[in-house]
Design a protein around this ligand. Structure first.
Ligand SMILES: [Fe+2]
Length: 316
């Protein structure tokens, strides 16, 4: 049994902050779960968390709006290429018409993979997303006044990694992380953890000719994917295992205020994280009020006015 329960969050570098809020909240009906700052580096950059209203792990996608600093990341292989959200079967027509009406870039045709219908669309900064139809996602729907439950997003369905080479990465998913190999479909390989199904699926897209992308914080790429583990004790078991396999660049357990993070690179170059589920978003805002106020970790709170003054105002 794998200690990986599924996804915790995905983190992307995007363009402007307000544009990002409008995409996740207004277009997709996600809740802004937390407004805080990137905790690495000196210059304040927002860290915006979106997901269902409870901020449940596996529904979370987070953004660093890097337009402010003018740093661009380079899309390529060795990255999470596509974020896939799950929606109920029969809902793609609703979303296609919504994307049309709201001016969201999307592909003309629905596609199918592993017997699931999917619709490609794009974040304003260019990051690729798919909506994947499934009736096997029992998580609470992310409803909005104009998004009924029957078509609403349930959370992250899966991620699609772009990899130039998969020889070491395929066994890594089982040996290091305990994922099961499910099968292949053309250049795609699919893996599942825990019970499998939405929120527990990783796909590789084997793209031998796609040049290596960047790993920096910057606009236009998904920087990393975080998987959910229970605790720091589990992170240390994972770290020992990775070190024993030769992945000696595995990080320490880093305090991210709402969880602890352990970082490592999988063989194909994608930055993976194991994030703990034992802290959560209720440490500074009560459930029902997540994302209402700008929040800082204790060690930055005395700089709140200064940091806010260097960030563009945003309205959710
Ligand atoms: Fe993370």
């Amino acid at each position: 049994m794998s200690m990986i329960k599924g996804f915790h969050h995905l983190t992307a570098g995007v363009s402007g902050a307000q544009e990002d809020v409008d995409f996740y909240v207004k277009v997709l009906g996600q809740s802004l779960v937390k407004k805080t700052v990137l905790l690495d580096g000196e210059d304040p950059i927002y860290h915006l968390y979106y997901g269902n209203a409870n901020g449940d792990p596996g529904t979370l996608v987070t953004s660093f709006p890097f337009r402010q600093k003018g740093v661009k990341a380079r899309p390529g292989s060795g990255q999470v290429r596509v974020i896939n959200y799950s929606v109920p079967v029969g809902s793609l027509a609703f979303w296609r018409s919504r994307f049309q009406n709201m001016g969201v870039s999307h592909d003309r045709d629905v596609t199918e993979r592993f017997s699931e219908q999917r619709q490609r669309f794009h974040h304003p900064c260019g990051i690729e997303f798919d909506l994947v139809e499934t009736d096997h996602d029992t998580r609470a729907p992310c409803v909005a006044p104009d998004i009924p439950a029957a078509v609403a997003i349930r959370g992250v369905h899966s991620i699609t990694l772009s990899l130039r080479e998969v020889a070491e990465s395929i066994p890594f998913m089982a040996d290091a992380l305990g994922f099961r190999y499910v099968g292949e479909s053309g250049p795609h390989h699919r893996f599942e953890t825990a019970a499998g199904g939405p929120g527990m699926v990783v796909e590789f897209l084997h793209e031998p000719d796609r040049l290596q992308g960047s790993s920096i914080y910057g606009e236009g790429t998904v920087h990393h994917v975080a998987f959910a583990v229970d605790s720091m004790a589990e992170q240390m078991v994972l770290k020992e295992r990775l070190m024993a396999m030769g992945y000696i660049d595995t990080s320490e357990s880093v305090n991210r205020n709402y969880f602890r993070s352990l970082y490592f690179k999988m063989p194909g170059g994608v930055i993976f994280e194991a994030a703990t589920t034992d802290i959560g978003f209720a440490i500074d805002e009560a459930p029902g009020h997540f994302g209402e106020e700008f929040q800082l970790p204790p060690w930055l709170r005395e700089r709140k006015d200064e940091l806010l003054g260097r960030l563009e105002p945003i309205v959710a």
